[in-house]
Design a protein around this ligand. Structure first.
Ligand code: PLP
Length: 445
């Protein structure tokens, strides 16, 4: 693809993109994100590395990574090669049978898994991996209750909606809550009035009280489900040491800690796993998104005693494991290992965060800029004192960015956070070009 010209102004959607959107909208049942009109959905024709192309020939730099999936870059040649070779050999092998690709993927995941998490259950989507973690934690003993966090997102199945923080979706789907919800350590919007020292974060005290007070309304808790960094909740980075304290609290109360590394794992935050920053290993960990190299692969990882108590045939689906998608995951993991991509994430992540802070921290619409590695959020507010979410302005930034050939995602409790999660293979030059455009947009608002 040719170099992106920073002065180009894209009129999106172009005629070809419009046609495709309209065909899909005419045939697809409603409820999918393709029906959102502001902004209209992106239409992609091709993607390579950190560059995207729409059917009208427009090119974009990708700061979104297809919902934080393109960790090893779009269309990595080794992933393509692996898929093509596997397609010629064996595409489908029911999960009731075995095949060498499945065995190989298990070994590959075991190589990058946190120490001690040496049992694996494969899946297809992140939601599915979380479902399995939910079922494992609620069936191993008579403990059935779950604690989850405000702003948490674990997927869109029944049980995952029931423990995610978005009541709007639950209400629309008629799903009852299935968790005790606690505030996430969201320092910018602290639920406990703030503190001077992150070491004094009150969230842990609150959880301790929930778990120990006979009056808290909380019974036998099986597990606490947490994201190491809130993703859809707005790229909320907890204070250093929070996960360690959470892990300690779980151990003291014999509660499982289930960490969802689906979005922030696999190199995203500058380490292989986000939980490494706090040097902890959860009881169960779910992974997905980037590990498939663009194809849908997920897994639950856990210690033997937490993963080996189900009798055969309790858990299956036809496509639970599939050689074609697994060949892509093996290649993606090898690429991650060989190219040590998390290092690029750490290094360019610093450049990204520091540049945004130095250029935009005092901006009238910027409440907070935060992140780790190539996972950064810009929370936009209309009023810095009241922290009123700048919902219209955030969309304006997003659509203007698209016109300038830059794809951005949004997140946050109020949808007012720009989420930056490019392919981790993005080059310094590409990132600098993207930053130039983004900063230009803010400075001309
Ligand atoms: N967990 C987290 C943290 C996520 O961000 C997502 C998806 O965005 C999921 C789980 C669900 O994964 P999937 O959409 O692959 O089912």
């Amino acid at each position: 693809m040719k170099k992106i010209n920073s002065s180009e102004n894209i009129r999106y959607p172009g005629p070809e993109s419009k046609k495709i959107i309209s065909v899909i909208r005419e045939l697809e049942g409603s409820g999918t994100r393709t029906f959102v009109t502001d902004p209209p959905p992106m239409v992609l024709k091709s993607a390579k590395g950190a560059r995207l192309q729409d059917p009208d020939g427009n090119e974009y730099l990708d700061l979104f990574g297809g919902y934080a999936v393109a960790n090893v870059g779009h269309g990595h040649p080794k992933v393509i090669e692996a898929i093509c070779a596997q397609a010629r050999e064996l595409i489908h092998c029911t999960s009731a049978f075995c095949n060498p690709v499945r065995a190989n993927l298990m070994q590959k995941i075991a190589e990058i898994a946190p120490k001690g998490l040496n049992r694996i259950l494969l899946g297809v989507t992140g939601t599915q991996a979380n479902e399995v973690a939910f079922n494992l934690s609620t069936t191993r003993s008579n403990k059935k209750e779950i604690i989850a966090f405000h702003g948490g997102y674990f997927g869109r199945s029944n049980a995952m909606v029931a423990i995610s923080g978005t009541a709007r979706i639950r209400a629309r789907l008629g799903i009852e809550p299935r968790a005790h919800f606690v505030p996430y350590p969201y320092c910018y919007r602290c639920s406990f009035g703030g503190c001077d020292n992150p070491d004094e974060c009150k969230v842990i005290d609150y959880i301790e009280e929930m778990l120990s007070s006979p009056a808290s309304g909380v019974g036998n808790v099986a597990a606490i489900f947490a994201e190491p960094i809130l993703g859809s909740g707005g790229v909320v980075v907890p204070p250093d040491g929070f996960l360690r304290k959470l892990s300690q609290a779980c151990k003291e109360h014999d509660v499982l800690l289930v960490l969802d590394e689906i979005q922030v794992g696999f190199g995203r935050t500058g380490r292989m796993w986000a939980s490494e920053h706090d040097e902890i290993v959860p009881d169960l960990m779910t992974i997905g998104k980037g590990i498939g190299g663009g194809l849908p692969v997920s897994a639950v990882l856990g210690r033997e005693e937490l993963m080996n108590f189900w009798e055969p045939d309790i858990h299956t689906t036809t496509f639970l494991t599939n050689p074609l998608i697994h060949s892509a995951a093996i290649a993606a993991i090898e690429v991650m290992q060989e190219e040590q991509i998390w290092k690029n994430s750490a290094e360019l992540g610093k450049l990204l965060l520091n540049t945004l802070i130095s250029e935009l921290d005092g901006h009238a619409l910027v409440g907070e800029i935060r992140g780790k590695g190539l996972y950064v959020g810009i929370e936009m507010v209309k009023d810095k004192k009241k922290k009123t979410p700048a919902k219209e302005q955030v969309k304006k930034v997003q659509s203007q960015a698209k016109e300038m050939g830059l794809v951005l995602g949004l997140a946050g409790y109020y949808g007012n956070v720009i989420r930056i999660c490019p392919p981790l293979t993005i080059t310094r030059l590409e990132l600098e070009t993207a930053l130039e455009k983004l900063i230009y947009i803010f400075k001309h608002m």
